[in-house]
Ligand binder design. Structure first.
Ligand SMILES: [Zn+2]
Length: 170
């Protein structure tokens, strides 16, 4: 998973956003190497910057509106749910470690299969988007997946460039 790679490459032992990463993202944005959406997503997730969260929803919603040809209000609902999944991606039972303590040893977490990544259910997605739970899979899943793909493209591009920049600076 990209998340794990990013975590091991860029972050050290703790989950805190550090100054070096923040500066790398700023530099990328300044020289136009990073798209605004990717930068906002990283700031929101790892920097816990609420303003960046709102900005990311706004940017992703506009992208989705153009790409999918849907109303902005609907695109905003899907974008909100996608970004929530990006930020809250730790499997709950194992807290993102992929392991569960069983007596004296650790076993692979049954919920996430050891990936540490939370799988969001249809109803969680529907609630996050503010859409009806009962017909989410039928009416909204496909569009939701398209917005998710759109978001992950920005995340991948920005993450790869950030890693490169930090490597070059090292
Ligand atoms: Zn798990």
């Amino acid at each position: 998973m990209f998340k794990d790679k990013y975590a091991s490459d860029v972050r050290s032992s703790n989950l805190a956003w550090n100054e070096r990463e923040e500066k790398a993202i700023d530099r990328l944005t300044a020289i136009g190497m990073s798209d605004q959406l990717g930068a906002a997503l990283f700031r929101f997730k790892f920097g816990s910057d609420a303003f960046s969260g709102k900005r990311a929803i706004h940017l992703l919603a506009h992208k989705a509106k153009c790409n999918l040809g849907v109303e902005l209000s609907y695109a905003t609902k899907l974008a909100t749910a996608c970004i929530k999944e990006f930020v809250l991606d730790n499997c709950v039972p194992c807290n993102g470690t992929g392991l569960i303590l069983n007596g004296a040893r650790y076993d692979k977490c049954g919920k996430c299969g050891g990936s540490g990544v939370k799988r969001h259910s249809d109803s969680e997605r529907a609630l996050a988007a503010g859409l009806p739970v009962e017909n989410f899979a039928r009416n909204h899943q496909k569009k939701f997946d398209q917005v998710m793909t759109c978001m992950m493209a920005s995340v991948a591009a920005t993450g790869a460039k950030t890693r490169q920049l930090l490597r070059d600076a090292a």
